[in-house]
Design a protein around this ligand. Sequence first.
Ligand SMILES: Cc1cc2nc3c(=O)[nH]c(=O)nc-3n(C[C@H](O)[C@H](O)[C@H](O)COP(=O)(O)OP(=O)(O)OC[C@H]3O[C@@H](n4cnc5c(N)ncnc54)[C@H](O)[C@@H]3O)c2cc1C
Length: 381
Amino acid sequence: MEFSYWERASFLGNTKYCVLGAGIVGLSTAFHLAKKLPGKDILVVEKSPFSGGGSTKNAGFACFGSPTEVLSDLELMGEAACSELIQLRYKGLHLLRETLGDENIEYSACGGLELFSQVDKIKSKRNYETVLEALPKLNNFMLNALDEHHIYEALDDPAGVYGLKSIEGGINNRLEGSINTGKMMRSLIKKVEDAGVRIVRGMELLSFEDKSEGVHLHFDFGKLNCDKLFICTNSMSRSILPDADIMPGRNMVMVTSPISELKLKGTFHMSEGYLYFRNIGDRLLIGGGRHWAGEEENTLEHGSNPNIKKNLIELLEKQLLVDIPFQIEHEWSGFLGLGKSKMPILKKVSKNTYCGIRMGGMGVAIGSEIGKQLSALFLKE
Ligand SMILES: Cc1cc2nc3c(=O)[nH]c(=O)nc-3n(C[C@H](O)[C@H](O)[C@H](O)COP(=O)(O)OP(=O)(O)OC[C@H]3O[C@@H](n4cnc5c(N)ncnc54)[C@H](O)[C@@H]3O)c2cc1C
């Protein structure tokens, strides 16, 4: 199929800069390019009606690290890299809030409470006691990384406060919060369009050739040329960047029916961030559980793993909403971009092509900063 004269003239334009992927990273990249290059032709191309990966499917945690996740990252990455990653997330969250405005994204500074379960199926090697012991050291690490004092604090009797069972303790991160994911993405799209960027949906890039004169793009609907290409396709990048260290990690989310007198208000994590739940008004959203599965979750197929779903429902029934009637009214899946390292890949791929991918589990936090840095990487040339 070929594009019509009208489609080329009015929708695709004389594309100078093409951003692939209309998630947080792609839209942020386009926004920062447009800010520095007003009047230039910038086109965002997206294959899905909303976001095919994570940006309209996530849980809306404005988070940068629960205690067990940071302890695990410290062990895995070492202090310097872990500090750099946390700074990126923290900066990204501030940039997102500053760019879109707290009201427009329904930001709530509710904090983020990590709960320690006595019965998690794959028990984390870090239990409440060992994390409590490590807390002064952890707070000191965060002080050095973010210049913020006493970020983590133990909460007295979380089981009593929230009506939970088999929970041995809770540690709060006072600087975390929540957003309304749908409103955040709508505001971001508006911001980008107001800056003069065009967004075309329903076209998938199949391949590209980076030539000295520019980039030839082969879409399922036709061909297009651009001067510069910015690849922001996160979990789905392997098909166009086959050598990139990136793979998908499927994540499922469920939302309950409204629950009168819901006590669980705020954002909550368990088991090194693998489990998460929060309220949306008087409903409870719950998701994650990848630690209960194997490589079968490294897939780009939507759906849910029956074992993960069963365990999440058991967690609701036996620990979080004990004796409280509820139904699951919404259920969906999305994809994380994962790799050997938790650091995003931000680089020039070839002469006219750049990429910002591998956002891990905290792309809400990191995404806007990576978009800004990706545009800066090109602009500084
Ligand atoms: C269930 C779930 C819950 C999450 N919860 C949180 C959370 O609470 N807090 C948090 O910080 N992070 C969370 N995340 C992670 C976060 O949502 C992602 O890291 C973030 O959205 C990544 O943004 P992105 O722009 O890099 O990628 P995406 O949002 O995945 O955008 C990439 C886009 O590229 C498009 N695309 C891919 N290939 C092509 C192609 N060939 N042609 C055209 N278009 C293409 C895709 O359709 C997609 O829309 C969650 C993720 C999931 C899946």
